[in-house]
Write a protein that binds this ligand. Structure first.
Ligand SMILES: NC(=O)c1ccc[n+]([C@@H]2O[C@H](COP(=O)([O-])OP(=O)(O)OC[C@H]3O[C@@H](n4cnc5c(N)ncnc54)[C@H](O)[C@@H]3O)[C@@H](O)[C@H]2O)c1
Length: 349
């Protein structure tokens, strides 16, 4: 007989002082008034407590732990207190991984090993462990849309570290039977994303009257999806019957490959900014050119599909950056990253 489902849950979210985690936390907090939440975050340059709304921080249903996911003892103590673990914490910026990648392997691989091992230790009480992987693990798209069986050919150190973490979680499921689910989001945008990422960089360039810089020809495409749709997918996975999700990998994305130049144009249009302000810079090493998500598996299994159109998502995101300059302006100096090219030149990207 299936175990009786608890009506209330306590959820540990690692890395939820960052972009996606803080949006998922807010979504779940608002939707489930009886749930409790614990966040573990090292507050690196990418994380800040202000990303977690005050109403959450000041509620009795929330606690924050400052610390690293590589700290096995701390992670084990926190995992002991919860039913569900959602693991977001990672070093996440592809360009930064080109110049200096040590931290990526340390946090993304060894951090995931600490979290998976803690889940293993407490597997009798953990209902499920959702590992947030990424579409970057696939590398170049061999078909127009990538499904979960696409080979893993990561092309950057970030992608390689995430591929290591993704397969590490899978191996723990196979070897020890931990209740793991692997989610591979494609390119996500929305409020509170760090200014180093392309969408907020374009938006803030329009606000500041700067040129918008695009790599290569701008024809490289990505699959862009609004962050609330990731939250809805995670919600569906947290509440699905075990048999449908445990041991599975799910893609989530919009299903549309959008050239980066079209993203820049959409932002400029929304902000009524002169489209002649586009400039092209050299392509970055390890660039992937073709990227679109096949989300048929999660649609078939859980009935999930993206609900926010690209246009609506861009509007909501632009509105947030325009209204919240005080939250993001301390990131202004980190919008560009030094990259070492194959010829050994250091360039600002
Ligand atoms: N943003 C995207 O488009 C996207 C797409 C697919 C997958 N992902 C994945 O989703 C997850 C979240 O991405 P994001 O864009 O919100 O990232 P982010 O960079 O905005 O946030 C990462 C968070 O992790 C924290 N962190 C970093 N190192 C840590 C450590 N050692 N211990 C504890 N906390 C640590 C940071 O302080 C920050 O709060 C990541 O695993 C990322 O690989 C992101």
């Amino acid at each position: 007989m299936p175990a009786k489902r608890k009506s209330s849950k306590t959820i540990l979210l690692t890395g939820a002082a960052g972009f996606i985690g803080s949006n998922v936390l807010t979504y779940l907090f608002d939707k489930y008034p009886a749930y409790k939440f614990i966040v573990l975050d090292a507050l690196t340059y990418a994380g800040k407590l202000d990303n977690i709304p005050k109403k959450i921080r000041e509620s009795g249903r929330f606690s924050f732990w400052y610390g690293e996911v590589q700290n096995a003892q701390l992670v084990t103590d926190l995992v002991a207190q919860v039913d569900v673990v959602i693991h977001f914490a990672a070093e996440t910026h592809v360009e930064r991984s080109i110049y200096d990648n040590y931290k990526f392997f340390d946090t993304d691989v060894l951090g995931t090993q600490a979290v998976a091992s803690a889940v293993l230790k407490h597997r009798k009480t953990i209902d499920r462990f959702i590992h947030i992987s990424t579409c970057e693990v696939y590398g170049e798209g061999l078909s127009k849309k990538m499904d979960e069986s696409h080979p893993l050919n990561p092309k950057s150190p970030y992608a390689a570290a995430k591929a290591g973490a993704d397969r590490l979680v899978y191996s723990y499921y196979q070897t020890y039977g931990i209740p793991a689910v692997i989610l591979r989001p494609f390119n996500i945008f929305g409020p509170r994303q760090h200014l180093e990422k392309v969408t907020p960089r374009f938006i803030t360039s329009c606000m500041l009257g700067e040129k918008l810089t695009v790599h290569g020809s701008g024809r490289n495409s990505r699959d862009f999806m609004y962050v609330d749709d990731v939250a809805r997918a995670i919600d569906a996975i947290v509440h699905a019957p075990h048999a449908k999700v445990v041991g599975e990998v799910f893609n989530v994305g919009s299903g549309v490959a959008l050239p980066i130049i079209d993203l820049a144009k959409a932002v400029m249009k929304e902000m009524q900014y002169d489209s002649r302000n586009l400039v092209f810079i050299t392509d970055r090493p390890g660039q992937v050119s073709n990227f679109a998500c096949n989300y048929e598996k999660i649609r078939r299994t859980l009935g999930w599909k993206p609900m926010t159109s690209f246009k609506q998502g861009i509007k909501k995101t632009v509105d947030w950056y325009v209204q919240n300059q005080a939250v993001w302006e301390d990131q202004m100096d980190m919008r560009h990253v030094s990259v070492r090219t194959p010829e050994g030149k250091i360039e600002l990207h």
